[in-house]
Design a protein around this ligand. Structure first.
Ligand SMILES: NC(=O)c1ccc[n+]([C@@H]2O[C@H](COP(=O)([O-])OP(=O)(O)OC[C@H]3O[C@@H](n4cnc5c(N)ncnc54)[C@H](OP(=O)(O)O)[C@@H]3O)[C@@H](O)[C@H]2O)c1
Length: 347
């Protein structure tokens, strides 16, 4: 078989480290470079950063320009930020050096309406350099967009799509628990959301626009209501934080897509430390109606790490440009040597 697939990790926070660890378990793929700006890890061996028993011979660099100009790789896995304005220069430099990119940046998952200029610049740059760029993850990336889109495949007609993610947040990573306001007072929550100190969930609009694009719907309005805090009624202990009664346990965010004066897409994202029965649900009003429910829901961190790794061969094999999940081969798990999936001609 040909050489292993070579990966550069760009961003080694919770997600980047989880992705790197999963890559180490897979056959046919190798990490050849690592970039991050965090003082705690720059200059250290990646094996040490990942707290595994051995050194990997890959030193974390804070100089992306130098590393990317000399490393030989097939793809960069990027996990530094939710916002495309910040991610753009980082992803652009990877593309200019000729690397495919998968990013967890939520706003990259469907950037054509909120960030049309950056999206078209990135698309052009990717085509010029003959590489593919994809924004993905669990949500946006799968549960509230790709999954409902795929489920409409058996519908002769679709009138409405509603997706609910009812998620227990207490076992999610600490950056996630912080961004949904866990443990804050209701007042602090309001101030931090208004001051953009915490983001809440990012990506509802992108998921709505991707569903609409897949269905050929021209929405006249996409509305994202301000996130509302969910207040704890009893003491709740998460893996990292104890939430007292009256404090914020998490949040509820609602997004709506409107066409011909009617709400045709509704996304409800509810995530807090008091959720007792988590689930992910898609309701499609159409011919036929569809009701799909994942009992227990999908753990967001496990799902994101898996999705990024599983999409590597598909992105390497995809046509050049800035693609979204609706444009690329269907996601599926990498269970064998990753190089096998590069041989699939239909990708
Ligand atoms: N689509 C999805 O479903 C999905 C799922 C999970 C996560 N995400 C998103 O993915 C991103 C990463 O998540 P995370 O939990 O891993 O966040 P995190 O723990 O904060 O990690 C981000 C890492 O990137 C580093 N970084 C920031 N700017 C950088 C730059 N210019 N160059 C190199 N490194 C840089 C950070 O360093 P410092 O700490 O020093 O800043 C940190 O080590 C977040 O925006 C998150 O919202 C999306």
């Amino acid at each position: 078989m040909s050489n292993e697939i070579k990966v550069v990790m760009y961003g080694l926070g919770y997600m980047g480290r989880g992705i790197a660890k999963l890559l180490l378990e897979k056959k046919g793929v190798k990490i050849v470079g690592a970039i991050d700006i965090s003082k705690d890890i720059v200059g250290r061996d990646l094996g040490e950063v990942l707290k595994i028993e051995r050194n990997l011979g890959v030193t974390v660099s804070n100089n992306s320009e130098v590393l990317l100009s000399k490393v030989e790789a097939d793809i960069v896995i990027h996990a530094t930020t939710s916002h495309l304005s910040q991610a753009y220069p980082q992803i652009a430099e990877c593309v200019e050096e000729g690397f495919n990119v998968i990013s967890t940046c939520e706003e990259l998952s469907y950037p054509f309406e909120k960030n049309p200029e950056l999206a078209s610049k990135l698309d052009r740059l990717a085509k010029e350099n003959n590489v593919t760029v994809l924004g993905t993850g669990i949500n946006p990336g799968f549960l509230m967009d790709t999954l409902p889109i795929v489920l409409t495949g058996v519908c002769q007609d679709v009138k409405k799509v509603k997706v609910t993610r009812m998620m227990y947040s207490g076992n999610r990573r600490i950056p996630f628990q912080k961004k949904i306001g866990t443990g804050l007072s209701p007042r602090e929550f309001k101030q931090k959301i208004e001051g953009k100190e915490i983001t809440g969930h990012v990506g509802l609009s992108e998921s709505i626009m991707q569903i609409a694009a897949a269905l050929g719907w021209k929405l006249e309005e996409v509305v994202e209501l301000p996130p509302e805090p969910v207040i704890a009624e009893r003491e709740l202990k998460t893996d990292y934080i104890t939430v007292k009664p009256g404090q914020v346990a998490g949040l509820k965010s609602i997004g709506k897509g409107v066409m011909n004066g009617k709400e045709v897409i509704t996304l409800e994202f509810i995530s807090h430390a008091g959720v007792e029965e988590p689930y992910d649900e898609v309701l499609i009003e159409g011919i036929p109606n569809i009701h799909e429910r994942i009992i227990g829901g999908v753990h967001g961190d496990i799902g994101t790490i898996a999705m990024v790794v599983n999409m590597i061969p598909k992105v390497i094999n995809a046509r050049p440009g800035l693609l979204t999940m609706k444009d690329i081969a269907l996601p599926s798990a990498v269970t064998e040597d990753m190089r096998i999936y590069l041989e699939w001609e239909f990708l």
